[in-house]
Design a protein around this ligand. Structure first.
Ligand code: GDP
Length: 497
């Protein structure tokens, strides 16, 4: 275990708000510092065992409870104390000043977790999972962060790296004897081992899409013509569930978006600020903006105005469908405003434009064509075909009212199903961009190795590519680290973490 000379301290709870604040102190002098600022009623901290809680007074400041942790049985692996005081920013400030005056040093961002890593309490990917766990806002992201914290993900990576190290040693053996032109390693055997490892890395790289969706939310675009009811729908979905969009360092959000948790899964409605503005602007800009968000979405919710004339509805849907073509985005089609069908008095029907598709639903007798959701899906398909726009697979229309909430439960079910996360079985998922990029580079190198074996390239060249892949995998859990890498990771943590 590395021995740090100094003892660090920092508030571990947000200052301001809440009833209690906790100040964390870690390092060789942690217990002595506690003794020097707190008058304990039952013996000194230095003479206490680990995992004990002591009551004391900081004269003129507060009454506190101090938890004692003895090295190596603490978060950082060092002697540590946690001082619980009343949550006043003045009190917290005062205690920190006393600790610093007694010889402590204010911790830098992430320094506690960094010490935990350096002291071997956790590896790098576990340290990152701590940040994810703290930031997790949905059941699923919590589950993934927790499983990464427990270390199954890093053991999988370690094992994978071990296999590559073995492979490398077979190659290096050959390299050592290369002057004698002996081929020790059976190339077919090597290729077999390599293929297995490559497939494994590929699987991890592919899992990032799911992992990222779990960690940062499944990106959903709500699109449709101006006045179709997109904003109303979004408000209905977000409703009281309105998630607090946290400014979590290290997440890839670049805009503030509406998020909502459905069925334990976080959904992120993208570019919704733009959508909202669009109702004030000319139609074209509104539509273009909302279509731009399709590119970033995994699921697209097409909102059709159930009170607009059918040809308009067909046209706006065709514009959406054309932008979906060729991608693997999930589509959910809504006919909105079905509540308005009830609002029309029967005697008004003859005066209404019959091409409005709402009448036939509730009052088939007045319709010249029947437009239940299935029939509408048929009409939409016909139109797409006539315009040479590919018909989305399994096209189906859901009737909803964003205003009354009718049909929204079904929509939520479809959203949850579209995320494709229900069958996640706890297998390793890559949720971290840094890991994903390292795995991609590892995959690249492994492919070079394969090409090298294929072409019977010189063994030392092949070995170099293999070493690159090994280094990339190792960088994920911290087999090899550089000061820059550690700084980069831990500076994203908050002070006190
Ligand atoms: P956006 O331009 O697509 O965002 O549309 P808005 O959400 O601003 O809605 C346009 C208009 O349609 C507003 O007057 C809404 O009150 C109305 N509207 C939206 N959803 C419904 C609905 O389900 N039923 C009815 N009757 N009106 C709705």
């Amino acid at each position: 275990m590395k021995h740090f000379e100094d003892t660090i301290c920092a508030p571990a709870t947000p200052v301001g708000g809440g009833a209690i604040s906790i100040i964390r102190v870690s390092g060789p002098d942690a217990l002595r510092l506690a003794d020097s600022i707190v008058q304990f009623h039952t013996g000194a901290a230095l003479s206490s065992e680990g995992y004990t809680l002591k009551y004391g007074t900081i004269p003129g400041v507060d009454e506190v409870l101090v938890s004692i942790f003895r090295a190596p049985h603490s978060y950082t692996g060092e002697d540590s104390v946690e001082i619980s005081c009343h949550a006043s920013s003045y009190i917290v400030q005062k205690i920190l000043l006393l600790l610093v005056a007694a010889g402590g040093r204010m911790a830098e961002a992430g320094e506690f977790t960094r010490r935990a890593f350096v002291n071997g309490k956790m590896d790098l990917s576990q340290a990152e999972a701590v940040a994810d766990l703290i930031a997790s806002g949905s059941e699923l992201s919590h589950k993934v962060a927790l499983s990464q914290l427990k270390g199954s993900y890093s053991s999988e990576l370690k094992e994978l790296r071990e296999r590559l190290v073995e492979l490398a040693s077979l190659l290096e053996l050959e390299l050592d004897f290369s002057e004698e032109e002996v081929e020790f390693a059976d190339r077919a055997h090597l290729q077999g081992l390599l293929d297995k490892a490559t497939a494994h890395v590929e699987k991890l790289v592919d899992s990032f899409r799911t992992g990222n969706a779990i960690r940062n939310g499944v990106p959903v675009a709500i699109v449709g013509a101006v006045n179709a009811g997109k904003s109303t729908l979004l408000n209905a979905l977000v409703g009281e569930d309105r998630a607090i969009v946290s400014d979590v360092p290290g997440t890839t959000r670049d805009t503030i978006e509406e998020t909502v948790t459905l069925g334990g899964i976080l959904f992120r409605f993208i570019d919704t600020a733009g959508l909202r503005e669009s109702s004030d602007r000319i139609e074209k800009i509104g539509i273009d903006r909302s279509y731009a968000s399709i590119a970033k979405a995994q699921t697209v919710v097409a909102v059709l105005d159930g009170c607009a004339p059918l040809p308009d509805v067909q046209k706006s849907f065709a514009a959406i469908a054309a932008r979906l073509a060729g991608g693997d985005k999930k589509l959910i089609v809504l006919r909105n405003k079905v509540d308005s069908y009830d609002a029309i008095a029967p005697e008004e029907f003859p005066k209404m434009d019959r091409s409005y598709n709402c009448f036939e639903l509730k009052y088939p007798a007045f319709g010249t064509y029947e437009l239940d959701p299935e029939a509408l899906a048929g009409k939409l398909s016909e139109y797409l075909e006539s315009k040479d726009v590919p018909v989305p697979e399994g096209l189906e229309v859901l009737d909803v009212s964003a205003r009354t909430g009718e049909g929204l439960d079904m929509l939520k079910e479809r959203l949850v199903a579209s995320a494709g996360l229900a069958d996640w079985n706890g297998a390793s998922l890559v949720t971290n961009l840094r890991h994903y990029e390292a795995l991609e580079r590892a995959l690249d190198s492994l492919r070079q190795v394969s090409i090298g074996l294929d072409r019977k390239s010189p063994t030392d060249l092949i070995a170099q590519d293999l070493r690159d892949a090994i280094a990339e995998l190792g960088s994920i859990f911290g087999a090899v680290t550089t000061e820059d890498l550690l700084k980069n990771i831990f500076s994203r943590f908050c002070i006190g973490k």
